[in-house]
Design a protein around this ligand. Structure first.
Ligand code: CO
Length: 211
């Protein structure tokens, strides 16, 4: 059996198991999805949103990229954000990084990863530069990486609040709340590190008045 064939076989078993324990499971999800959460996570294969939060299909709308970045020119992310906020009306957005993130580690080094990855990782280097005073005092490299993971999650969460998508939603429906979390690969525990409730203060330069 080829490795990918095993995935299809597992899928059949999974689907059968679902129907066995809940005969209406797929019927319920066929025509509508009403997730309460948008998850912006790292693409890392060890951090699957549903599995680590004990949630089922239909409960979390998911976007993942390397190092869970929120980039204002990323049409992919912005489309997901707009759909989740405006149409699905999610109540919570979670930016979830993870300790030991390879993207964050790579951004802390000086290797050339060629243009596209360099461009992507540069966003994390900016987070480092903005927090250099604190980060440079941490001598242990792994500890420094993990602190940058936390600061990166905070920065990306704040970036969500800078979009007109979030500001409009905050003004008109007092939601969603924004959460910055970090998952630990070592023990599987998620640590909340930052939070912005709907309507939280943002730097005035990013505020839109007429929305
Ligand atoms: Co990662």
């Amino acid at each position: 059996m080829k490795p990918y064939e095993l995935l299809l076989e597992n899928n059949e078993k999974w689907a059968a198991g679902k129907v066995q324990s809940d005969p209406d499971f797929f019927k319920r999800l066929t025509n509508i999805q009403t997730p309460e959460f948008l998850w912006i996570g790292c693409s890392d294969s060890r951090v699957p949103a549903n599995e680590i939060t004990g949630t089922e299909p239909g409960e979390i709308f998911v976007h993942r990229n390397i190092a869970n970045l929120v980039i204002h020119t990323d049409v992919n992310l912005l489309s997901v954000l707009e759909y989740a906020v405006v149409h699905l009306r999610v109540e919570h957005i979670i930016v979830c990084g993870h300790y030991g993130c390879g993207g964050v580690k790579a951004a802390m080094g000086n290797a050339d990863y060629n243009q596209v990855l360099n461009m992507w990782l540069r966003n994390i280097k900016d987070v480092y530069r903005h927090n250099r005073e604190e980060l440079d005092t941490i001598s242990d490299e792994n500890e420094r990486t993990d602190r940058l993971v936390e600061l990166n999650v905070k920065e990306q969460t704040q970036r969500l609040a800078k979009t007109s998508i979030i500001q409009k939603a905050w003004k008109h429906r007092k939601g969603p709340d924004l959460h910055g979390w970090v998952y630990s690969l070592k023990d599987g525990i998620i640590h909340p590190v930052f939070e912005m409730k709907a309507g939280a203060d943002i730097d005035p330069i990013y505020r839109f008045d007429n929305i």
